[in-house]
Write a protein that binds this ligand. Structure first.
Ligand code: ADP
Length: 421
């Protein structure tokens, strides 16, 4: 069955964010991890979001991964492609957003493409082509100090002209608010002027929906997750998408497991709350470093716990302890040891009846999904803003909730599991 919409996201949690937005619009969505191949099972998805890890790679690698994902999406029948990047336009003056957009546009022969990272629910708005984060221009927001992509320029027009081959025009907010036809007329004017991209101003969800409504015939749309809000309605009007369908919960009802690698405040509060009622064990980083069987011992311990209780396993620690571990073993290695341990524990326990798994931490989620060999996830209902239940495709029933560290309230773990009982 052909898919109606294909998306390429430059990181894992960004892909989930976009998938979640499409699910809220009643679309059946699959998320695929990494460049898919012929074995990747996308079930009955109407839209597929490919999650790459291409935000900070060398630009040529990001381009080749994105083009490989695009070829696969085209084979699946996708008639419209969304290139999803962060709502803070995370990139450097050399890329990777510009080079990837240029390459996708050239392959699709797409003509003019819109640029719109606005995400009003998270305080990201575009005004006069300038990106604002909670009212501050991007280059004055905390993004100016980002360790990998420090943002020192706030004008999306200047950012995109520096990174890409195309010149960039603007659809001002007033034009956006004048509606679909006014937006289309302005886009046509920018294209006639020989420009390859158009930044669209947006400050509300309604603005994003109006912009989306004007993009029905765009082969490539680029932006944050918000730009996707208005696209499913076009596809329905064109008869390419069925009626809105509610998201389906995963079927798995086996033993429950929480794996936490995030050291964020929210995750530590969630662990503190779950520790009392549930069997719980902390990963001992020193034992891993000494070559002990820490992961296997922890998995043995988990299997021995009462089968009707969720089991909590975590590496998470407060900032002092994390700093001590990083001093002792190096910052990369300390984190990698915990990620590898949680990955192999997940693999072992999945073979032994655990099939409802909540993972806390972005990198940790990536490590667990990779260790489990999962290639695709069907996106289910939302547990907390930005975090859906998902079901792994192509094996035994397996429910996964993959939470970015700082997401969710203190009761997140119990709320998640309560949805599946
Ligand atoms: P978040 O989403 O909060 O950023 P991540 O999983 O992306 O969470 O990152 C947390 C990192 O911290 C992971 O690499 C994890 O392995 C590492 N980590 C977890 N526990 C410890 C610990 N006790 N000492 C050092 N690093 C740790």
């Amino acid at each position: 069955m052909a898919i109606a919409l294909g998306a390429i996201a430059d990181d894992f949690t960004g892909a989930t964010d976009l998938a979640n937005t499409l699910v809220s619009e009643g679309v059946r969505v699959m998320q695929v991890i990494g460049v898919p191949d012929e074995d990747t099972d996308i079930g009955d998805g109407d839209a597929v979001v490919v999650a790459l890890k291409s935000r900070t790679n060398p630009a040529d690698e990001a381009v080749s991964q994105s083009l490989a994902a695009l070829e696969w999406l085209l084979v699946q029948g996708a008639g419209q492609i969304v290139f999803k990047y962060c709502s803070t336009f995370d990139s450097t003056m050399r890329g990777n957003i510009g080079p990837v957009a240029d390459a996708l546009k050239a392959r699709l022969d797409a003509g003019l493409s819109v640029i719109c990272p606005a995400f009003p629910a998270n305080g990201r708005a575009v005004h006069h082509g300038v990106l604002y984060v909670h009212g501050l221009p991007l280059a004055k927001s905390s993004m100016k100090d980002h360790p990998l992509t420090p943002m020192r320029e706030s004008s999306l027009i200047r950012l995109m002209e520096a990174q890409s081959a195309g010149r960039v025009g603007l659809v001002p907010l007033q034009t956006v608010r004048n509606g679909r036809e006014a937006i289309r007329a302005r886009l046509a004017e920018i294209a006639r002027d020989g420009r390859g991209y158009a930044v669209a101003d947006a400050a509300t969800d309604e603005d994003l929906r109006l912009i989306g409504s004007a993009l029905a015939d765009h082969k490539l749309v680029t932006g944050g997750s918000g730009i996707a809000m208005g696209l499913p309605a076009n596809l329905r009007t064109a008869g390419l998408l069925g009626a809105a369908s509610p998201p389906v919960l995963p079927k798995a009802r086996g033993r429950a497991l929480i794996l936490a690698g995030s050291c964020s405040t929210a995750t530590r509060a969630q662990i503190a709350r779950a520790k009392t009622p549930w069997p719980c064990r902390k990963i001992d980083v020193d034992r891993i470093a000494e070559g002990e069987r820490e992961a296997m011992d922890t998995a043995d311990w988990a299997r021995a716990q009462p089968a009707d209780r969720p089991v909590l396993i975590y590496g998470s620690a407060d900032p002092d302890e994390v700093a001590a571990m990083q001093n002792r073993y190096g910052s990369g290695r300390a984190g990698a040891m915990v990620e590898a341990a949680l990955g192999s524990i997940a693999r072992d326990l999945c073979r032994h009846g655990f099939s409802r798994i909540v993972v806390a931490g972005g990198e940790t989620s990536g490590a667990v999904v990779t260790a489990l060999g999962i290639k695709a996830l069907r996106i289910g209902p939302e547990i907390a803003p930005g975090v859906p239940w998902t079901e792994a495709q192509g094996g035994m029933p397996l429910a996964l909730a993959l939470k970015s560290g700082n997401f969710g309230s203190e009761t997140f773990f119990e709320d998640a599991l309560a949805m599946l009982t």
